[in-house]
Design a protein around this ligand. Structure first.
Ligand code: SF4
Length: 442
């Protein structure tokens, strides 16, 4: 039997899709592209905005057209949050909520199962299945340590769709890292839906800082990177650990969401912009070459021109390496969906364009700083499609392109940066044990 998966939304969904793929392949199914006729279509949905909901249903209709007798399964955040909405759609056969991998496998193997299999994750606290995932063409493995969230930011559906925060116990995390090291991985990204909430649900509870300390002491993987962590949860202890431990990458992604305190309050974020600035200063004080990125929402309900001007000026003065800009879009079921004073779509587009333009120039400035310097670059499995150069990422998350042999893939090499376009640095190899081995063979 052939199956196809379509994934909408964030990195966490991509991670879940990779888990689904592994489980279905283990059950004897073969994966094919989503635009081919398959026996089973799995749509890993997103519900971050109402638009994402529509997109998920569009994919279900496309699957049905591709093979009218296929089984169309909806899973992911939309399936979890509003199963009744999907159950009303004739093109959908089965709805499987999050954290129900066994049910998903049963549905995909055409076992007789109920049409809707969804549990209330805020009540059940389903256990986490820890397994590393490697996105296609990359050499980095993602390890999800935490799922769900208890913060209830006013724009976010995640606490409802993914349920209460739950964490993988430290022993299992360390074992998973050992296994990845034995499998030859050189970089692991520690991820979670709300990573800063790690450990609070464990018995006894443990902080993320304590887990990272154990990882710094025991993990043999050359590079460990943290995924997104909320600003108020990035303690001095964590910054010091990243600064002092050789295997932690100097890269922080701190989602700020708005540069105006009134809006941050309406968003129910738990810090003010000066707290964010202090985090940035502290990081750069300890690690001057660290990359600091953020996520920004623009056009949140009630964001006036005055708020946006303050927001923009605040961002303009921050030494960020990059930022992602998200135009606000209503998500039914969240507190913010009930807020008045909506910003018009045209105005949101204009504000987003201004911030993105600023983001591009920030990125270019950050890249330019490293021309003429040496960077440690982990080379990925696939080459850059246009130029066929090797590509990889520096420890501080800069994409780097170099000419070199395939032998260097999955090796960390020293590169001297020589030039930049707006997205990456170009460089030449300075030295690497793999490059030396290659030269002595040729
Ligand atoms: S911290 Fe806020 S934005 Fe992040 S997942 Fe939780 S509720 Fe959503």
């Amino acid at each position: 039997m052939r199956f196809a998966i379509a994934t909408l939304g964030c990195k966490v969904n991509q991670y879940d899709s990779a888990m689904i793929q592994a489980r279905l392949e283990a059950a004897g199914l073969r994966r094919c592209d989503f635009d081919q006729p398959a026996d089973v279509y799995v749509i890993n949905t997103c519900t971050v905005t109402n638009r994402a909901d529509t997109e998920s249903l569009k994919l279900a209709r496309r699957a049905r057209r591709l093979n009218p007798s296929a089984r169309v399964i909806m899973t992911g955040c939309l399936a979890q949050a509003t199963p009744e909405k999907l159950a009303a759609a004739p093109e959908v056969d089965q709805i499987v909520g999050l954290a129900r991998m066994e049910d998903l496998v049963r549905a995909a193997t055409w076992t007789d199962t109920p049409r809707v299999m969804v549990a209330d994750l805020r009540k059940t606290k389903a256990a986490l299945d820890i397994r590393a995932v490697v996105p296609e063409g990359q050499t980095r493995a993602f390890l999800k340590l935490q799922e769900g969230c208890d913060q209830f930011c006013s724009f976010c559906i995640v606490p409802f769709s993914r349920g209460a925060s739950r964490s993988v116990p430290p022993r299992q995390v360390l074992e998973a890292l050992d296994t990845l090291h034995e499998r030859g991985f050189k970089e692991v990204i520690l991820s979670g839906v709300h990573l800063g909430g790690y450990g609070k649900d464990l018995s006894p509870p443990i902080t993320l800082a304590r887990l990272l300390e154990m990882i710094a002491e025991r993990c043999r993987i050359a590079r460990v990177r943290l995924s997104s962590i909320d600003p108020e949860e990035l303690s001095d202890e964590i910054i010091d650990l990243v600064a002092d431990a050789e295997n932690f990458c100097p890269h922080f992604h701190l989602p700020l969401q708005s540069g105006d305190d009134e809006i941050l309050q309406r968003m129910r974020r738990r810090y003010r912009r000066e707290d964010f600035r202090r985090r940035v200063d502290r990081i750069l004080d300890r690690i001057p070459n660290a990359a600091i990125g953020t996520d920004l929402i623009v056009g949140f309900p009630g964001e006036t021109a005055r708020h946006f001007a303050r927001y923009f000026t605040f961002i303009e003065r921050l030494p960020l390496a990059y930022f992602h800009v998200f135009p606000y879009s209503v998500r039914a079921g969240t507190t913010a969906a009930k807020f008045g004073n909506r910003v018009s779509a045209d105005e949101i587009t204009r504000r987003a364009a201004r911030l993105r333009e600023l983001g591009e120039s920030r990125r270019r400035e950050f890249l330019r700083r490293f021309i003429g310097t040496r960077l440690r670059v982990l080379i990925e499995e696939t080459r850059e499609p246009q130029t066929q150069q090797l590509r990889g990422y520096s420890r501080n998350y800069i994409k780097v392109l170099v000419a070199g042999p395939d032998l260097l893939k999955n090796n960390e090499i020293d590169v001297e940066a020589t030039a930049t376009d707006s997205m990456a640095l170009a460089g030449r190899i300075v030295q690497s044990s793999a490059a030396t081995a290659c030269a002595s063979r040729s």
